[in-house]
Every structure is written in C-alpha cells, then in structure tokens.
Write a protein that binds this ligand. Structure first.
Ligand SMILES: Cc1ncc(C[n+]2csc(CCOP(=O)(O)OP(=O)(O)O)c2C)c(N)n1
Ligand SMILES: [Mg+2]
Length: 821
C-alpha cells in the first residue's frame, strides 16, 4: 500500500525563501493585582502559590543543611546519597504545576524535588478527599501512610500534604516507606497517582520518554498532557532532539486517521537556569542566546516555542494555560524556555567556582519568593502576618517529615532480597483485553498474508520424503513471528507497533508484510531514524499502561539506543518498586553478510544489564510461542532474531500450530537427544551444531544431545545440567564474539554447577574477537560446523583419525588473548 504524499519536482524545486516567523520572549506583563482584577486568579490562589514555593524552599534548605551540616533544626542525620537542589527555581516549578490535573503527567530530571512537590501540592488541592484517602491507603499497601498517620493532621488535605513531604523525603533517604521504597532515591523519585512520573538521572533522559507518554495519550485517547521537565544543558542531548523529532512527525497531520489527527500533547519545558553543572549553556557550550530558538523550524509553528520568566510564577502559569489550549487545538507539541536561576550549588558540595559572587547576589536580590511576596502585599491578597504564618507552618511541616524519615525504626530500609523481588513483574496475561472499534481495518481472515500462510504447510519437512521445505511451501520463522504479532494486534488494543520502515516497507525483513493493510496508522507507523527515541518512547508508552512493540533493524544500531535500553527500559520497574510495569517488546534483528557494522550479535550486552528479559529463538515454533509470551507478559523483552533464520521452516516440532500459544521464557529446549556429549547453542548456531552432530554420528558414532538456549535471561539451567549429567561433556556455541559473550557466562555457571559430572572442561566456540569481515570471508569469523569438531577433538573427546583444521590449543588461546584478539 502506497502513501498518497506525492513529491513533485515542480514543487520542491521552486525558488522561495523560508520565513521562520517570530518567537515570543518574556511577553507576560501583568501583575498579580491585574490577575485578581481580571478574575483569572483569586487571593487564595496567590496564597497557595506562595505556600507551595515556600514549602519547596524549606524542603530544599533542609536537605542542604542535612548534606552540609549533618543536621536540620536539631535533627542529626547523615545522608549519603545525592541532593540536587533547586533553591531559586521554585517559581518555575509552582507556576508550571499550578493548573495541572492528575491526568497531566510530568517527567523530570535529577533536580526535581521542587517539581514533585509543586505537582503533588496541586494534585492535593484539586482531588476530592475521598480520592486522596483511596490513593494513600492503596499505594504500596498503605506503608507510607501508616508512618505519616503518626503525626497529627487537621484534615485529609493536611494529611495528604504531610504524606507528600514524607513520602518524597523517605524516598530520598532510601527508606522502604518512601514513594519508591527507596529504590529511586533523590534523582528518580516519583508518584504516579499525582501525575508525577519518573525523574531521570540521565541528563535529557526524559526527553523521549515523555513523548512516549504523550503518544499513549494520543493513541489511546486519554485526557491530559505530558510535560518533560529538562535542564537547559539537556538541549544538547540526543534523546531530547530525537524526542522532538518524533513529537513533530508530519504523519500526525497528514496520514493518521481523522479522529487521531493533530500533534502530540507534550510540552518540552526547559528549566533554563543557564548552567549544566559548571558549563554555561548561553555563550559557552551551546550556540543559542535564547534556548527557545531551538524550536524554530521543527514544525510549521516553530514548536510553539516561547521564552517565559520562570522567576515569576504567574508568567509560567499563564504560559501553561495558553499552551494547554494550543495542545487542545491539536497543534502540539510545545517548547517552553523557562528562565530560572539555581541559587543553590549543582549539589551541596559545589564550590561555585564557575560563577561570580556578583551574579549570585544579583539573583538573590531578585529572589522569586521575595518578589512574589511583594506582589501579594501590593495586591493585598494577604497580610504580612499571614505570609509569616505560612513560612512558619512550612518549617514545622518539613521538620516533622525530616524527623520521621530520618528515624530508622520508623522508616526502615528494604531488606533481604526485596530488590530481587521487584526486578521483574512476571505477570503474564491469560486473556487479552480485545480491541476498540477502528483498531483494525479488516477482519483477520481477509488479511492477504494470513490467507497466504493458510495455504502453506505447517511442518517444515515434506511428509513423504522428509526433505526440508522452503519458505514458499511451509510456514517460516518470519511467518511464525508475524502470526503471534497479528494475533495480538487483533486482540489487544493497547498494542502499537513502530520502528523504521515498519509500514508500507513491511519492516526491514518482511516480518510485517500484511500488517499495513490491517492496521491503521495510529497502531502501526514508521518512526524517524531515531533508534533512541524508538526505544525511549516505548518506555514512556509502557509506563502509561500501553504495550509497544518496537524494532531496531540491526543489532549494531543498539549503540544508538544504548541509554534507552540499558538505563531506561531495564530499570523503571525496579526503580518504581513494582508500581510501574514495562511490557515493551524490542525486536532486534542480528545481521550477517553486511560487514563490521551490520553483522554483530550483541545479545550479551542486554543479558548483562539487570532488568531485561532476553530471548533468542532459532525455530519458527519457538519464535511464535516466545513472541506471544513476550507480548502477553509484563516485563521488557529484548527479542533477538537472526537474519539467517527468517526463511527457515520448522524442522524440530511436528508443526507450527496455527492456533495461538505461548512458550515459557527462560527454558532451554532439547532439540535432539543424545548420550555422548552436549552442545548448547544460542540463536542460529543451532543449525551448524546439527550439521556437526550429524558428522559426529556418521563419522565417529558419537551421539550428540543438542540444547537450544532459546532465552538468555531468565535461564533455567536444569535441562542443561540434566544433559551434562548424562553426557559428561559440553560445548557451547554462538555467533557473538567470544570475549565477554553470554556463552562464557553460561560456561562458567555450568562448570560451577556441574563440576562433579564433567569428564572434560566446558568448551566455548564463539566468533572471533575481530570486526565482522565481508560476506565472502564470514567463514573465517563465525563458528562453522568444522570448528565444533575441532574443539571437540582437541578438548572433549579425541575423534579417531580426525585432523583439526583450526588450532584450538591453549597456546593459541593464550597468544590471541595476549594480542587482544
Ligand atoms: C547523560 C549524562 N551526562 C552527564 C551527567 C552528569 N550531570 C548531571 S547534571 C549535569 C548538568 C545538567 O544540566 P541541566 O540539564 O541544565 O540541568 P540542571 O542541573 O541545570 O538542572 C551533568 C553534566 C548525567 N547525569 N547524565
Ligand atoms: Mg541547567
């Protein structure tokens, strides 16, 4: 199916100039008195805004004293972790949050205590008491609430305020009663029931995750907007740029179905305090003088970019109010450059060596809280005595939170294997939720690919001759994956599928052929060439409750999405203490024949990072069942597919069932039974092991048991150990460069667990520790059947009369390792 976006030479070759238009800077010019007169705000609003700013200031001052002095108001405490404070930035946080509801979700950075408190205070003000009670009693089984209830509270709202201060501080102090059971800490604290989503210690990390959250709101037609609170220095980061590209894709306006048209409901809110840590964005590390110019040209509205005075809460509040309307009109996303100033150091140990005392004094003289206090008094929205009482109360509240959170008997730490228990949620869904109207374009039976597959044999072996059938005659590996995916597409409306060239092109290796005719744009689309954002948005989409299936064309491109895979996808379930789920399936195809940058198996990297399930099937039967399991599970699954295997048909099971089924992730499978030695394979090496086993049987009468790992994480060693107990010998093989590969992890563990049963050392045969050479020379690089025989002959059992082609000696191994190859 082709798109109807025709590109004509006439149009694109026309001479013209591009006028980028204007970007407003500090255009807000009203006073509090003006706002009160206009009825846009009430005196009570003004007092609330003041209170919220003062509470944040006191909270951060408390942490500053705890970090620098080891005490606050007589409470002694040594806090070992970080504390990136935002003293001076309170107006930006409160102005932004004031009008947001709990359906509006904020994501942030390492410096987010103020934003968390501001958003939480707004939620508490807006939510009915019954909702607050429900949230507090339900969240983490009420563990946080039970502590807070020890303090007297005037009413439910007052209790909720105590709860917010305590839950955040207990989290910062790494207590099991904190909002994330102490597993997030200062830089990653969050509280979804108030619309406070993960804060990210990776600078710019929220840039693409927030776009995924907004994508969920758009695709699933949920209320609210998403805000990415990120620093000015993050404007140089890949995830931020890639996030902005994905947020402005033209297809939202040109190709998506009419009811899904319009931009993503996301605001990139740059908390522009002019500094990274010590590097100055304006004039030093970046080329802009006004950060808002980054929005120019990103789309026809310049991303609705605007610079606002973040030292004035009313200017920020006004900007959010206006930008929400922009988003409601379908013209999002929006870039806000919120000018603010961090009076505190980057962290309490900051010696301020990078800025002058004069500059700091100038901003202290323009302190946002003092300026707003003066406005309140001028507008007669409160008396000085009333404001003093607010300041006193803030001190008492923060002191109470600090007393509770610093006491280990009241606020204990998570013990034992508490962290292990939240690494995965392991919550497979037995029944899928179904799809809403409009989620598919035709009945499944009318899909042409489904019809083509229906004509194929389900076994890969000819029933008469036992010969292998080709992909044109029998269900192939790529068909099997397609079957699992299309089943989910027709039974789970939460599922979205995207990546590079996923639509029209059918995915790089035609796994998706046929999906385009069945799925509308909002469920299957082409992403920009932004591997980071493809994974990062999937993380955000999943956090909101969705199920993304995303794809990286080649394993080698994982580097481009490194942070999103290793720091985001893998970590948020555990850092949320199990509050969030991460049902992302990331398909990664492992190449061959395309040389050094397109033919690497990096599966070990994903297996090395805790928090990811890693699957690497080698047969159509396994691929279908494991893909179905991945798509109905609740954990992030990296699903490796070898390009060598897309065309293989089923040679081990009787057939690939036409019906839907799942297979357990983490259980290796005996592909061929044997008694003399075991070969454990990962991925496509299964077929070379079969060739080797055939030769061993025919030429040397050896019976080889072949076990296919199928998964890397989790991994049940039981079937392998059982095999080794029987054979006493094991060789492991995979296409990954051997050094640091998962083969070696498996080998070390097997050696440890099966030492008594082994008659020979565990032997591994991986690829060479080189770049992958050209297709014509791959045989020098990837394990070949003969290499397995060579290694078996040299180390496991002598093969009478056999002459190894390769030198597998220990001497050679020592030499190559000495050379680093
Ligand atoms: C990817 C990454 N690089 C570097 C750091 C170390 N670091 C932490 S904060 C920071 C400066 C961030 O500046 P900005 O984004 O403006 O936020 P601010 O600290 O000003 O709030 C740096 C370099 C990091 N955490 N993550
Ligand atoms: Mg900054």
């Amino acid at each position: 199916m082709v798109k109807q976006l025709v590109i004509t030479p006439e149009e694109v070759r026309r001479a013209e100039t591009i006028d980028l238009g204007t970007i407003p800077v500090n255009q807000y010019n009203r006073t509090l008195a003006d706002e009160l007169r206009a009825g846009a705000l009430t005196a009570e609003d003004a007092r609330h805004i003041f209170r919220d700013m003062v509470l944040i200031r006191e909270f951060e001052t408390m942490l500053d004293e705890i970090k620098r002095l080891g005490k606050y108001r007589g409470i002694a405490y040594a806090h070992q972790g970080p504390a990136h404070l935002s003293i001076g930035q309170e107006a930006a946080a409160v102005g932004e949050a004031y009008l947001l509801g709990v359906d509006d979700h904020i994501f942030g950075s390492h410096r987010s205590h103020g934003e968390i408190l501001a958003k939480g205070l707004a939620a508490i003000r807006q939510l009915p008491e019954a909702d607050l009670t429900r949230i507090m009693t339900g969240y983490l089984g009420g563990d946080t609430l039970k502590v807070v209830e020890k303090e007297a509270a005037r009413d439910t709202k007052d209790l909720a305020l105590n709860y917010l201060l305590y839950g955040l501080l207990a989290e910062i102090f790494a207590r099991a009663t904190g909002f994330n059971r102490g597993l997030g800490g200062s830089m990653h604290a969050f509280f979804p029931p108030f619309g406070i989503y993960p804060n990210n210690a990776i600078v710019g990390g929220s840039g693409d995750i927030a776009v995924g959250s907004a994508l969920y709101k758009k695709v699933q037609q949920r209320p609210g907007i998403t805000i990415a609170n990120i620093g000015d220095a993050s404007s140089a980061c890949g995830p931020v740029w890639e996030g902005m590209q994905m947020a402005t894709m033209g297809q939202y306006w040109t190709l998506w179905e009419p009811e899904y048209r319009g931009g993503l409901p996301v605001i990139f809110a740059f908390m522009d305090n002019f500094y990274g840590m010590g590097g100055q964005t304006r004039g030093e590390t970046m080329g802009f003088t006004r950060l808002a110019t980054l929005g120019a040209g990103l789309n026809r509205w310049n991303f609705h970019a605007e610079t606002v005075d973040g030292n004035n809460p009313l200017a920020v509040l006004d900007a959010i109010r206006r930008k929400k309307t922009v988003i409601e009109n379908g013209e999002g996303p929006v870039l806000l450059d919120i000018l603010t100033y961090r009076q505190s150091g980057h962290s309490p140990s900051d010696a301020n060596s990078y800025r002058t005392r004069e500059e700091l004094e100038l901003w202290k003289a323009a302190d946002a809280i003092q300026e707003f206090k003066a406005q309140i008094l001028r507008a007669q929205a409160a008396t000085e005595a009333e404001l003093d009482a607010i300041v006193r109360l803030a001190g008492e509240k923060v002191e109470a939170a600090c007393r509770l959170a610093s006491d280990l008997t009241i606020s204990p730490r998570l013990t034992g294997d508490g962290i292990a228990r939240v690494m995965f949620s392991h919550a497979a869904e037995a029944t899928l939720p179904g799809i809403p109207a409009g989620a598919v374009r035709k009945p499944l039976a009318e899909n042409t690919r489904v019809q083509q597959i229906a004509k194929k044999r389900r076994s890969g072996l000819d029933p008469a001759t036992g010969a292998k059938l080709s992909e044109s005659k029998a269900v192939s590996f790529r068909d099997a994956i397609f079957e699992a995916i299309i089943h989910h597409a027709y039974h789970d409306g939460r599922l979205v599928i995207y990546g590079e060239e996923n639509r029209d092109w059918d995915g790089a290796f035609a796994v998706y052929r046929g999906l385009t005719e069945s799925l509308p744009y909002h469920r299957l689309f082409n992403a920009p060439i932004s591997e980071g954002a493809i994974v990062g948005t999937a993380v955000g989409y999943a956090m909101e409750g969705g199920r993304p299936l995303v794809e990286l064309m080649y394993c080698d491109f994982m580097g481009r999405a490194g942070d999103e895979i290793f720091n985001q996808l893998s970590k948020w379930q555990a850092m949320s203490a199990g509050v969030l789920r991460m049902p992302v399936v990331l398909r990664i195809s492992v190449g061959s024949k395309y040389g050094a940058q397109h033919s690497q198996d990096w599966s070990a990297m994903t297996a090395h990072v805790p928090g990811l399930k890693v699957v690497f099937p080698a047969t159509p039967y396994d691929a279908k069942g494991l893909m179905a399991a991945a798509l109905s599970g609740s954990d992030p699954v990296v699903f490796f597919e070898s390009q060598r295997l897309y065309g293989v048909t089923e040679a081990f099971q009787k057939e690939v069932p036409a019906e839907y089924y799942t297979l357990p992730i983490g259980v290796p499978d005996v592909k061929r039974a044997g008694t003399d030695l075991t070969i454990l394979t990962i991925g496509a090496t299964l077929y070379r092991a079969i060739e080797a086993a055939d030769r061993l049987q025919q030429e040397f009468g050896l019976s080889v048991e072949i076990v296919d790992a199928r998964s890397l994480v989790p991994f049940d060693y039981a079937p392998v150990l059982e095999s080794v107990r029987k054979t006493g010998r094991i060789l492991l093989t995979s296409d990954a460069c051997e050094r640091g590969s998962y083969l070696q992890t498996l080998a070390a563990t097997i050696q440890e667990l099966a030492f008594e049963s082994l008659d020979a050392p565990v032997v591994t045969v991986g690829a060479k520790n080189w770049i992958t050479p050209a297709a014509e020379q791959e045989n020098l690089f990837f394990p070949q059947p003969s290499w397995l025989l060579d290694a078996i002959h040299t180390h496991l059992t002598p093969l009478p009369g056999y002459h190894p082609q390769q030198d597998c000696s220990h001497e050679r191994k020592l030499r190559t390792h000495r050379q680093g190859v």
